[in-house]
Design a protein around this ligand. Structure first.
Ligand code: NAP
Ligand code: MG
Length: 492
């Protein structure tokens, strides 16, 4: 059966309100904000704007759901069943959800449909399966005692997510929190609130009791800060910039010392050795930087290419970059959509100017793409002859801009690749297996890809060394973020 093409009108909400205690309500202040379509600049919806008072109400509801009522006493298998039902509903509404994220974020529909949504569903199913497999241990202590551990949910959790993968970031956060039995107050990014609200409807439809998940669109410095510094929130999980991550930790420290996990920025080295399969490496470099308009924390933004293959490699990369179809994100042929906002486009253009001023060579792009439309479109951009000291080689650009850097000795590339305050991801391309594993060990990053780039799986941990974060998302590792361990002693 052919699926009907979803029009923006058919997926946009009539009203976009806050989800608090199982009901969609206006903000206490009555304030709203508009969320625009970055591909056109047109307003998609008017959204209720949460602030401190709404955060208070949501935290109260989450606390009540955690301590009383059906969720607090629910057995683990029933919790897993609810998560399974939620995953099913997301799958049934995948087209609609993909279209919403494409409209709100500007990313191409072929990616939201074929990458984001499958990963979202996978993640929710994966954590549904974990709900009844979280076990403590019995410990052989000295003396006449039985000693065992209980793994208990940490409590009320505040989750603050970014705009680059609105649904996927929500799934990465909700999956482990709900599997472990926590309750949640989730704040989506102001740029992309719509899909999270639709998830809220599906959570209610799946049968999650009121207050278990509350969703509060709003601004970071108001709603986000109220959540991170709330005295009755037990844990805050944040994904976004390193700068705000630092603030989140400070707010947690200055309030109730709530637990903190952070998934922050990156400046990944993508290292190509001369013995690599060059076709695969060029394609990997393209995916590494141009996927999702480069708005990816693990983007391969520093491309280290060995001298002897440097010119040929960059020629091929340039050809690929120039063949990328940039334009209307709803067109199924579009490969790169719009940057999320004018502010983000301006930031990226600022970095391009800085690269030019510092003497890097623009191989292609380096400017706004006006031919693609009136929205915030960029040209896929390659800077060559970039020096390690340049700003474009040091700072996270978060756009489709790659800095190509030459090297002649592998050890030197690894050292320079590691010389960054970030440590989220890294990649190496080589046909020598032994070399590949040795280099993977030497790279100081939470994820290392060998002869591939940007692959993810719900079962495999993701997160950063150094200033790229604290804790790991995905896999069984993420469960630990949401659990307390209790040691129980019984005299025998
Ligand atoms: P951001 O400010 O770090 O935003 C991430 C989340 O934090 C959003 O929900 C944001 O809310 C919230 N937030 C902002 N200020 C806050 C505060 N004072 N207290 C609590 N929460 C706060 O990121 P951005 O401004 O959107 O983007 C700036 C740069 O961050 C990008 O250019 C990129 O380098 C980096 N970034 C990284 C990631 C990543 O996945 N690692 C994701 C996005 C951006 P509002 O959006 O509603 O203000
Ligand atoms: Mg928007």
């Amino acid at each position: 059966m052919a699926t009907a093409v979803l029009t923006p009108e058919s997926v946009l909400p009539k009203q976009a309100k806050l989800l608090i205690n199982g009901e969609f309500v206006d903000a206490a202040s009555g304030k709203t904000f508009e969320t625009p379509n970055p591909a056109t600049g047109e307003t998609l919806a008017v959204v209720a704007e949460a602030d401190k008072e709404d955060v208070d109400r949501a935290v109260k509801a989450a606390r009540k759901a955690f301590e009383e009522g059906p969720w607090s006493g629910m057995n683990a298998r029933a919790r897993g069943r609810l998560l399974h039902r939620f995953a099913e509903l997301v799958a049934e509404n995948a087209e609609e959800l993909a279209t919403l994220d494409t409209l709100d974020n500007g990313k191409p529909i072929r990616e939201t449909k074929n990458v984001d949504l499958p990963l979202v569903i996978d993640c929710l199913e994966y954590y549904a399966g974990w709900a009844d497999k979280i076990e403590g241990e019995t410990i052989p202590v000295s003396g006449p005692f039985l000693n065992y551990t209980l793994k208990e949910p940490v409590g009320v959790v505040g989750q603050i997510i970014p705009w680059n993968f609105p649904l996927l970031m929500a799934a990465w956060k909700l999956g482990p929190a709900l599997a472990t039995g926590c309750t949640v107050v989730l704040k989506p990014a102001e740029q992309t609130p719509l899909s999270a609200l639709r998830l809220g409807e599906l959570l209610c439809e799946a049968g999650f009791p009121p207050g278990v998940v509350n969703i509060l669109p709003g601004y970071g410095p108001t709603a986000g800060a109220a959540l991170a510094s709330h005295m009755d929130v037990d844990k805050v999980a944040f994904t976004g910039s390193t700068e705000i991550g630092r603030l989140i930790m400070e707010m947690a420290a200055k309030s109730n010392l709530k637990k903190v996990t952070l998934e922050l920025g990156g400046k990944a080295p993508n290292i190509v050795l001369p013995d690599a399969d060059l076709d695969a490496a060029v394609k990997g470099a393209v995916t590494g930087i141009f996927f999702n308009q480069g708005e990816v924390c693990c983007a391969g933004s520093r491309l280290f290419v060995e001298d002897s293959i440097h010119d040929e490699f960059l020629n091929r990369l340039k050809k690929h970059a120039e063949s990328i179809q940039v334009g209307n994100p709803l067109d199924p042929n579009t490969q790169m959509g719009a940057q999320v906002s004018e502010e983000q486009l301006e930031r990226i253009l600022g970095y391009c100017e800085s690269g030019k001023k510092d003497g890097a060579k623009v191989l292609t792009g380096g400017e706004r793409n006006t031919a693609a439309g009136s929205g915030y479109f960029m040209k896929p951009t390659i800077f060559a002859e970039v020096k390690d000291s340049m700003k474009i080689a040091r700072e996270e650009i978060f756009g489709p801009v790659v800095s190509a850097i030459r090297f002649s000795e592998t050890g030197d590339a690894i050292q320079r690749g590691n010389r960054t305050s970030y440590g989220l991801s890294a990649a190496v391309w080589t046909s020598d297996v032994k070399k590949a594993h040795n280099i993977a060990r030497k790279l100081r990053a939470g994820v290392v890809w060998v002869n591939t780039y940007n692959v993810f799986d719900a079962a495999s941990p993701f997160g950063g060394y150094k200033e790229s974060g604290i804790g790991r998302e995905l896999g069984k590792h993420a469960l630990a973020n949401y659990l307390e361990t209790k040691s129980v002693w019984v005299a025998l």
